[in-house]
Design a protein around this ligand. Structure first.
Ligand code: PGA
Length: 245
């Protein structure tokens, strides 16, 4: 899977031609070997779902509330995302964990809400620079994987994204060896939690771009990418998609 996270970027006028271009390029590959996903801001969901309809490009949300409905001003439920045509929802992105104080328990509740609504949850995990330098990476990842994954997670309803916080938006990436170590560790953790763990897609995210995608996607246990900045323009995103399509 190659997933694009547009974060808080895009207006109808600027996003429309980018998604149209992506849909057009995807159309040249009638039988893609990977899922292609764009997670636009919620304001664009309905519009992007309409534009992507009938194509290989799927649409997802970037966050959801744990509850189905209620007095939660400004929040959006997983059911609302589903109603707008989303098929996936990212939960526990490090920007949500940091900016909104989302704990593993909160992330887990959101992931469970996504499953309840019939969405596929993309659960993000990743260490900070301080944690990496303190040699805590694998402990942090274990804690996040064990405590943020939804109950009832399977390979068909849950995707993991390993995103080292220090690699997001910085242009820095871990070495392929570092990525391999963490992904193998995640795979091992999944093995102790669920039956079909070998089939769970574990994405890498953090400064993925056209020039490094092939190397990162070739790493063992890497089943795709979660892409921020380089997903905003179809011309930048397409070379990443091309590594797997
Ligand atoms: P980036 O963001 O590709 O801009 O580093 C990745 C992410 O936050 O998912």
């Amino acid at each position: 899977m190659i997933a694009g996270n547009w974060k808080m970027n895009g207006l109808v006028g600027s996003a429309t031609p980018e998604l149209q271009e992506l849909v057009k390029r995807a159309g040249d590959h009638p039988d893609p070997k990977c899922d292609i996903l764009i997670c636009p801001p919620a304001t664009l969901l309905y519009e992007m779902v309409s534009l992507a309809e009938g194509s290989a490009v799927k649409i997802g949300g970037q966050n959801c509330h744990a509850n189905e409905s209620g007095a939660h001003t400004g929040d959006i439920s997983a059911e609302m995302l589903k109603d707008a045509g989303a098929e996936y929802c990212i939960v526990g992105h490090s920007e949500r964990r940091a900016d909104h104080g989302e704990s593993n328990a909160v992330v887990k509740a959101k992931a469970e809400a996504a499953l309840r609504a019939g969405l596929i949850a993309i659960v993000c995990v990743g260490e900070t620079l301080v944690e990496r330098e303190g040699d805590k990476t694998l402990d942090v990842i274990s804690d996040q994987v064990r405590n943020s994954l939804p109950g009832g997670a399977t390979a068909s309803n849950t995707v993991i994204a390993y995103e080292p916080v220090w690699a997001i938006g910085t242009g820095k990436t871990p070495t392929p060896e570092n990525v391999a170590d963490v992904h193998a560790h995640i795979r091992k953790e999944l093995g102790s939690m669920m039956g079909d763990s070998d089939s769970v897609r574990v994405l890498y995210g953090g400064s993925v771009k056209g020039s490094n995608a092939a190397e990162l996607m070739a790493v063992e246990n890497v089943d795709g990418a979660l892409v921020g900045g380089a997903s905003l323009k179809a011309v930048d995103f397409w070379p990443i998609v091309s590594t797997c399509i």
